[in-house]
Design a protein around this ligand. Structure first.
Ligand code: NAD
Length: 264
């Protein structure tokens, strides 16, 4: 094949539907010549992911629930049967109880804290460990994070704490895997109306606020995150690892946000 990603093969976890950030990344990779494998979380998502995979010409390597290590074993077995080597992995998975994505962080329960950290943080580390032996020619691993890791954002709560741990994981994994030519990076995406985002309190307000205050005066799309993902997954970024790259219309650089925004 031809293109930036020609000859590259990668596993992309976290496509739920065609608005998923993982779908934007998968599409960008395929459009630039990559071969891609997708997973789905349970039967309900299978019906959504299969037609998207067909449209992309992607493989489907099975059900993956990161709280079920056996499902991960099977997924990686299937990837190993499909290909003798992989070049990239995308982790676009997060979860927290909706009830706790509103109100005060201090109210977080132990159960939801542990579950949020397991699904949204540990999963990236265990996926990295499983992908490492398949990346015999080096590789690129990518996860998705949010500004709520760096600064307190209303309603983001325990997910902000989890994203901070995820960003620290990116740095530790970058050191562990760097000698093998495996790079590990994150994209910190601006708010996008996806299924996962619909669980966050007042999300429409957050979108408006970002539109008003971001230097580019708009929010970003999954396609734009996909195109930046392409850079981090391709050899264009071969000198980059341990990085958190903001794809947020520049929102994170603005120190003094306007409070008198019309219509919000
Ligand atoms: P999405 O709902 O399309 O994707 C979330 C995915 O997580 C789904 O595919 C879901 O199946 C998967 N998932 C949840 N629990 C899982 C589990 N136990 N096992 C396996 N998979 C599981 O939403 P999205 O916004 O595309 O989210 C992708 C990533 O982007 C997440 O890490 C999210 O935190 C991050 N992110 C989103 C935004 C935003 O505003 N949408 C901004 C910054 C970062």
């Amino acid at each position: 094949g031809q293109g930036l990603m020609a000859g590259k093969r990668g596993l992309i976890l976290g496509v739920a539907n065609n608005r998923s950030i993982a779908y934007g990344i998968a599409k960008a990779c395929v459009d630039h010549g990559a071969e891609v494998a997708l997973t789905y979380q349970g039967e309900a998502f299978k019906k959504r992911v299969e037609p998207l995979a067909e449209e992309l010409g992607a493989h489907v390597v099975g059900h993956c629930d990161v709280t079920d290590p056996e499902s991960l074993d099977t997924v990686f077995e299937n990837v190993g049967k499909l290909w003798d080597r992989i070049d990239f992995v995308v982790h676009a998975i997060a979860f927290s109880d909706k009830e706790e994505l509103t109100g005060r962080y201090v109210e977080t329960t132990r159960e939801n804290f542990l579950r949020t950290m397991d699904i949204s943080v540990f999963s990236f580390t265990t996926i990295a460990k499983r992908a490492e032996p398949l990346m015999t020619n080096g590789g690129s691993m990518l996860t998705l994070t949010y500004y709520g890791a760096e600064k307190v954002m209303p309603h983001y709560n325990v997910m902000g704490v989890a994203k901070a741990a995820l960003e620290a994981s990116v740095r530790y994994l970058a050191v562990d895997l760097g000698a093998k030519g495996i790079r590990v990076n994150a994209i910190s995406a601006g708010p996008i109306k996806t299924l996962a985002a619909s669980g966050i309190g007042d999300f429409r307000y957050i979108l408006k606020w970002n539109e008003y205050n971001a230097p580019l005066k708009r929010t970003v799309s999954p396609e734009e995150v996909g195109d930046s993902g392409l850079y981090l997954l391709s050899d264009l970024s071969r000198g980059v690892t341990g990085e958190v790259h903001h794809v947020d219309s520049g929102y994170h650089v603005v120190g003094m946000k306007a409070v008198d925004a019309p219509d919000i």
